[in-house]
Structures are given as structure tokens and as C-alpha cells.
Design a protein around this ligand. Structure first.
Ligand code: ADP
Length: 178
């Protein structure tokens, strides 16, 4: 199990994996943060497929995931998932965040993805507390990997120091800094 989960500090658009996950918004039309970075780096083919999905099913709900080409990225696919916005009511937020990881991994399995990289979903503009989000992410991914052996590696890509330190404490072991 341990060697199927890896921690990397850096920019997710630079990671060589079969699929990278995007922390998208429900419009699927792109935005700031990691979403903007992925669309900038991957080119217009990604947005075109997002628009086609949006026209077909009206965007993507919180906790759900959709898959597009990786465009000009190294990754073959981008899996777009919509994290929950942190709010004072806090109802079912951890379940919705867990759904993001689970549904993304499920799509990955369906597309024969063997290596996949996740950003720290919801911990930017959506303000989910980083330590809480990391616990949900790590637990959900571990549970999924125990039940699915076709995924060879999941990489958590932390962009900011705070997330990297939180994940280091949770995961331990060897980590890369890009
Ligand atoms: P959300 O709206 O889900 O909070 P954000 O993109 O605002 O999405 O932030 C999610 C996380 O992605 C944050 O922890 C942020 O530091 C991180 N992030 C921003 N740019 C990149 C990038 N290029 N690669 C990886 N992670 C990134």
C-alpha cells in the first residue's frame, strides 16, 4: 500500500502520469487556481470537451467527476471534479469531498488509468481547512486502493508548503520536491 501513494511538492501540470485531477467548478468552464493552470497548460482541447460535457449534462455537481483529454499535457486525461465550498453549516462536506476522490478514481479505473495525480481539492478558493481535507483525501484514497488493484500509483501533489507539511505528517516516507 505505502508505495502506491506518493507525495510530491510542485505544479500538477508538470507531473508525468496517465491522468491528473482538476479541482474544477460546476460550470466546467475553467477558473482560477489549479483549474486555470491546467487549462492554460493543456490548451483549448480540454475546454472544448468540457463545453461538450456541459452541453450534454449541464456541468458537474459537487462530488461528481467527468473526464476529458489531457490536451497538450503529458497526462492522457484530465479528470475534473468539483469539491465542496467550505461553509458554516458544514453538512455532509467531508462526504462530498470523499466523493470527489472516489468518483475520480472510479473514472480512472474505467479508463485503464494506472497512475493518477490529485491536487488538494477544495483547499484553495473553496477554503476547506487543509488538515481536515488531507485526512479525508488520504483515508478515501487508501480505502479505494485496498479495493482496486489496477491503480498502480496515486500521487498527491501539494502546491503550497502548508499542505505539503500536513501530507508529510500523514504519509511519512519518501517524497519528491519538483
Ligand atoms: P478549490 O476551488 O477546489 O479550492 P483551488 O485551485 O483554489 O481549488 O485550490 C486547490 C489547491 O490547488 C490549493 O491547495 C492550491 O494551492 C493548489 N494549486 C494551485 N495551483 C496548483 C498547481 N498548478 N498545481 C497543483 N496544485 C495547485
Amino acid at each position: 500500500m505505502a508505495n502506491r501513494i506518493k507525495l510530491v511538492k510542485g505544479d500538477i501540470t508538470k507531473i508525468e502520469v496517465d491522468a491528473i485531477v482538476n479541482a474544477a467548478n460546476s460550470s466546467l468552464l475553467g477558473g482560477g487556481g489549479v483549474d486555470g493552470a491546467i487549462h492554460r497548460a493543456g490548451g483549448k482541447a480540454i475546454l472544448e470537451e468540457c463545453i461538450a460535457i456541459r452541453n450534454k449534462q449541464g456541468g458537474c455537481q459537487t462530488g461528481e467527476a467527468v473526464i476529458t483529454t489531457g490536451g497538450s499535457l503529458d497526462a492522457k486525461y484530465v479528470i475534473h471534479t468539483v469539491g465542496p465550498v467550505w461553509n458554516k453549516v458544514k453538512t455532509k462536506l467531508s462526504m462530498l469531498l470523499a466523493n470527489c476522490y472516489q468518483n475520480s478514481l472510479q473514472l480512472a479505473v474505467e479508463h485503464q488509468v494506472k497512475t493518477i495525480a490529485f491536487p488538494n481539492i477544495s483547499t484553495g478558493i473553496y477554503r476547506y481547512p487543509k488538515n481536515k481535507a488531507a485526512t479525508v483525501a488520504v483515508n478515501t484514497v487508501k480505502d479505494f486502493l485496498e479495493a482496486h488493484d489496477t491503480i498502480e500509483q496515486v500521487i498527491f501533489v501539494c502546491f503550497d508548503d502548508e499542505n505539503y507539511e500536513i501530507y508529510q505528517a500523514l504519509l511519512g516516507g519518501d517524497n519528491d520536491v519538483l
